[in-house]
Design a protein around this ligand. Structure first.
Ligand code: C5P
Length: 232
């Protein structure tokens, strides 16, 4: 039931459902690696914006994705990793709604997704990986022994993102964020390439009204129930 090789827990779901924070805390708790796959799409989006590459030029964007010179530097205590593009720190820039929007556009392109596939799989190293994204359980790690699909109402997700960005000192409006979240959800769910959906065997957790710590404990309990005796 727990599969072969290095264990992976996948967390998929729409933006703002709490995947990032939950995944980082889980990785910390288990002593595992963490993959923020959304950051890879954001990096491609940012690099494209900076270099003036059109967000519809699939060949050029796939080339950019294949040759992306990016580094992730893990942080302690469940904090966000620092991210570098060609040696320059871009952690804060990546979180802007501009980058999120560009990421969601380049992520709809099959050749870009394909170019990032192996890079994502290389994060699977002992003792284990927590992978956060939209297609972690369906496409990138289909053999993951535990797949989670996190959701929350669009209102709650907009409120969480608002707080996150405000805490970072960014100037944002709640109703704009709500509209952007809905538009991004629709694009992610309706695209033909790896659309956002729960893997058939995923455990769905609606996090509306739940504390982050509660969600982390739920996932840890699921992991221990299913697999801990075999792999820890
Ligand atoms: O998770 P995050 O908001 O950083 O992701 C940004 C965008 O990247 C998403 O809206 C989605 O379009 C895309 N993405 C994806 N597949 C993933 C992770 C992110 O298509 N595994």
């Amino acid at each position: 039931m727990c599969g072969e090789g290095v264990p992976v827990i996948t967390l998929d779901g729409p933006g703002g459902a709490g995947k990032g924070t939950v995944s980082r805390l889980l990785a910390q708790e288990l002593g595992w690696h963490y993959l923020d796959s959304g950051a890879l799409y954001r990096l491609v989006g940012l690099a494209a914006l900076e270099r003036g590459i059109s967000l519809t030029d699939e060949a050029a964007l796939a080339e950019l994705a294949r040759n992306l010179d990016a580094q992730f530097e893990p942080s302690d205590g469940g904090a966000e990793p620092r991210i570098y593009l060609q040696g320059r720190e871009v952690t804060a820039a990546l979180r802007s709604e501009n980058c999120g929007e560009a990421a969601s556009r380049v992520a709809a392109l099959g050749r870009v997704r394909h170019a990032l596939l192996e890079r994502q799989r290389r994060f699977r190293r002992p003792p284990g990986l927590v992978a956060d994204g939209r297609d972690m359980g369906t496409v990138v790690f289909p053999d993951a022994p535990l797949k989670i699909f996190l959701t929350a109402s669009a209102e709650e997700r907009a409120r969480r993102r608002y707080k996150q960005l405000k805490d970072k000192g960014m100037d944002v409006r709640l109703d704009d964020l709500f509209k952007e979240i809905e538009a991004r959800d629709a694009r992610d769910r309706n695209r033909s390439q790896a659309p956002l959906k729960a893997a058939a065997e995923a455990v769905e957790i609606d996090t509306t009204g739940m504390e982050i710590a509660e969600v982390v404990q739920r996932v840890l309990a699921l992991w221990r129930e299913r697999c801990a005796q075999e792999s820890v």
